[in-house]
Ligand binder design. Structure first.
Ligand code: FAD
Length: 459
């Protein structure tokens, strides 16, 4: 049989048109570069990966991407965080939206296409094309079974944590960095219509409960008065049950969850919940979004950070074309831009995540009860990546008496705060050149080893 292979040449090929890839297509639409965006889904399934659909309002301003407009299904005023007993509630204020991902994604892709980006949907990238050890393109199968070879100076992997491109690159390339199971959350969600009116739909709810969602949390995010996105994320690699099973066996028995009239969507996926990948770039290659592990390690939100990674990637790509150099040395700029800003915060939060994942329900309940973490502390911690527990109260006599019953907790908190600072500092010292990456990675890994040993974390 004779196979016809169609070869297409671009400046930049972006594989994946989810939040990361379509943001990049949008941001490059007026760059004058020849850009191709590829995704295996069709128009109606763009941004189709299961998600909680919640996004902070600040991401749009920070990235210059269009406001969600008619994609908003519910304005969000803040997050209610519930203790395991649900007797304590922290109300963390902050504006955001519950969105229709498909509607917003379609808008970005359409605007990119209208400005000249070529978007190939229903097109699956299977392999990378290497010539003399250099990444020069990708090979894909189109909607009618035709074979395409897309060639470009820069190939962007925006295919999510599965890393369709990244994991096919040579093993010795540091971008080919596997995701440890315990550094990911197995998440599942349903979008449902309920038979009751949700009170205060402008507050999304997070429930901390290690019995229901070990190493993660379960959520109820209203998308209007009667519709909600409900789901849970459970830490991977530790033998915990699958979240879909917990949803059926436990959550469905709750009166606020089980009273479904209609199920609009029902599926799960993996969320990387670790510090950012050691590098987002190598020769002729950039990986962004879940692909570069840019998700917030504490709450698992990744859309906004995928958009930020796209912003830095767009700048780096434009600079690379101005220089006419697509080697790791030029593309490194995406790392220095990302790691020394968001990356440092996310790395700090990763240290905090490891601590939270080994707490018992009793310890969480107790910490919230004595006011060790207040709503403003939760907010400040998530924004800064530094532990903002209510340390001031620890000086007060009453608090010291309360803490006396749990001296190990006091010590652990101190360790957590110290290591959050240490890791943040290391990310601020992210190397200027790829030649120094290996040494820097050794330092980071050493700090993680020490920290885990101090907290007795064996996974
Ligand atoms: C259950 C759940 C709840 C979540 N809740 C939230 C939340 O409330 N808020 C939030 O901000 N984040 C949330 N996240 C995380 C968020 O969904 C991701 O961080 C975000 O979607 C990452 O965007 P991305 O573009 O990097 O990857 P993806 O969304 O995974 O997009 C990757 C794209 O690449 C395409 N693709 C993959 N392989 C190929 C291939 N070989 N060829 C062609 N195309 C390919 C896919 O079709 C897809 O369109 C949640 C995740 C889960 C699983």
């Amino acid at each position: 049989m004779h196979i016809v292979v169609k070869e297409l040449k671009y400046d930049v090929v972006i594989v994946g048109q989810g939040p990361a890839g379509s943001s990049l297509s949008y941001l490059l639409r007026k760059s004058g570069l020849r850009v191709a965006g590829i995704d295996w889904v069709d128009w109606d399934h763009l941004w189709g990966k299961p998600c909680g659909d919640a996004i902070g309002a600040h991401h749009f301003e920070e990235t210059g991407l269009p406001e969600p407009g008619d994609a908003v299904m519910q304005d969000v005023e803040g997050i209610d965080i519930y203790s395991p007993s649900e007797e304590i509630r922290l109300r963390v204020k902050g504006k955001g939206y519950m969105i229709s991902r498909n509607r917003y994604g379609r808008r970005l892709v359409k605007e990119a296409m209208d400005s000249g980006v070529d978007v190939f949907l229903k097109t699956r990238v299977g392999t990378v094309v290497m010539e003399n050890g250099k990444l020069v393109g990708v090979r894909a199968r189109g909607p009618d079974g035709e074979t395409f070879i897309f060639k470009a100076n820069i190939i962007v992997d925006a295919t999510g944590s599965g890393g369709s491109i990244r994991r096919k690159l040579p093993q010795e390339w540091p971008v080919n960095e596997p995701l440890k199971k315990t550094d990911a959350s197995v998440a599942y969600r349903r979008i449902v219509e309920l038979d009751y009116d949700i009170e205060e739909p402008e507050y999304i709810r997070i429930y901390l409960n290690q019995k229901i969602a070990p190493g993660g949390y379960w959520w109820l995010f209203p998308k209007g008065r009667r519709t909600a996105n409900i789901g849970l994320g459970i830490q991977g690699g530790r033998g915990f049950p699958h979240p879909a099973q917990v949803y059926r066996d436990v959550l469905m028995k709750r009166p606020d969850v089980g009273r479904e009239v209609k199920v609009y969507a029902d599926s799960g996926a993996l969320v990387p919940t670790r510090r950012p990948a050691n590098t987002l770039a190598w020769d002729n290659f950039i990986g962004i979004g879940d692909n570069g592990y840019t998700v917030n390690p504490i709450h698992g939100g990744g859309m906004g950070y995928a958009m930020t990674a796209a912003k830095y990637a767009a700048k780096t790509i434009i600079e690379a074309f101005e220089k006419g150099d697509f080697s790791r040395y030029t593309l490194w700029a995406v790392n220095t831009k990302y790691m020394r800003t968001l990356g440092t915060k996310q790395a700090g939060l990763d240290i905090f995540r490891l601590f939270l994942q080994q707490l018992t329900d009793e310890e969480i309940e107790w910490g919230l009860k004595i006011g060790l973490m207040r709503a403003e502390d939760a907010y400040d911690t998530s924004v800064s990546g530094e532990l903002k527990a209510n340390f001031s109260v620890l000086d007060k006599a009453a608090m010291i008496v309360k803490m006396l019953g749990r001296p190990s907790m006091l010590l652990r908190l101190k360790t957590v705060a110290d290591y959050m600072k240490k890791v943040k500092q290391l990310y601020m010292e992210y190397p200027d050149s790829p030649d120094d990456l290996a040494r820097w990675v050794d330092r980071v890994e050493q700090v993680y080893r020490e920290y885990k040993e101090k907290l007795g974390i064996t996974w």
